[in-house]
Write a protein that binds this ligand. Structure first.
Ligand SMILES: Cc1cc2nc3c(=O)[nH]c(=O)nc-3n(C[C@H](O)[C@H](O)[C@H](O)COP(=O)(O)O)c2cc1C
Length: 212
């Protein structure tokens, strides 16, 4: 590894387990360049109520159209081991690694506006904004914060009697970083592989040009 990358890594204070900073432009917030989705978690170290509260707070202050705030969260932890065990069963086989997480969070989006039946077409977008903020706060807390689309939504709905107007969006593994050795072998390489992104010109164009 070259010195420049090493120095960049050493300057990052808030990073989960293995450091995998994005090769990003100077000036990017460390919490953004240092965020990544690790699967190496410490099963023994719980995520306290105080930490969870700050994550929810980060999401709570996200913007939304007409301040509709459609995001809803259900969290499961050691305070109710039965419910946590039930929530773990919702993880699809590819996310079995997340069963080690001491806390699971499920994210839902309220599909209707207020008390009306009027649909909120932006509910998923706005909930994603809240999750973006939560993810950044999670980096500041030194947490592994790994979102998962690989959940059985119908099973979750059934287990916890989720009403129709809530869309179940993702599950999130919340944990403190642990050893890479705890990650299933076929996924260990992902813990250290170089991180990939489209180039800026592929996602942004100016003055009427279409991004590639
Ligand atoms: C909405 C969403 C769903 C995801 N679903 C899964 C999942 O089911 N299992 C998993 O291991 N990772 C999942 N991820 C993590 C992505 O694979 C990861 O964010 C992506 O590869 C980019 O890597 P990075 O987060 O480390 O930058 C998901 C991420 C998001 C935002």
């Amino acid at each position: 590894m070259d010195d420049a990358i090493l120095n960049e890594e050493q300057s990052l204070k808030h990073i989960p387990s293995v450091s995998r900073p994005a090769t990003a432009l100077d000036g990017l917030m460390e919490e953004i360049s240092g965020r990544w989705s690790s699967r190496a978690i410490d099963a023994e170290r719980s995520v306290s109520w105080e930490v969870l509260e700050r994550l929810i707070e980060a999401a709570r202050w996200a913007p939304s159209a007409m301040n509709g705030q459609p995001w809803r969260f259900m969290s499961f932890g050691p305070e109710d081991s039965h419910a946590l065990e039930q929530a773990r069963r919702v993880l699809k086989p590819g996310n079995a690694w997340a069963k080690n997480a001491p806390r699971l969070l499920f994210v839902m989006a309220k599909k209707n506006r207020g008390d009306t039946e009027k649909p909120n077409a932006l509910a998923m977008y706005e909930t994603g904004m809240a999750m973006g903020q939560m993810g950044i706060q999670a980096v500041r807390e030194g947490l592994v914060f790994h979102q998962m689309a690989g959940i059985d939504r119908d099973h979750f709905r059934m287990l916890f009697s989720i009403p129709e107007n809530l869309e179940v969006v993702v599950g999130v593994a919340l944990a403190f970083p642990g050893s890479v050795a705890t990650v299933p072998e076929e996924r260990q390489e992902l813990e250290t592989a170089p991180r990939q992104r489209h180039m800026p010109k592929q996602i942004h164009a100016m003055n009427g040009d279409i991004p590639q």
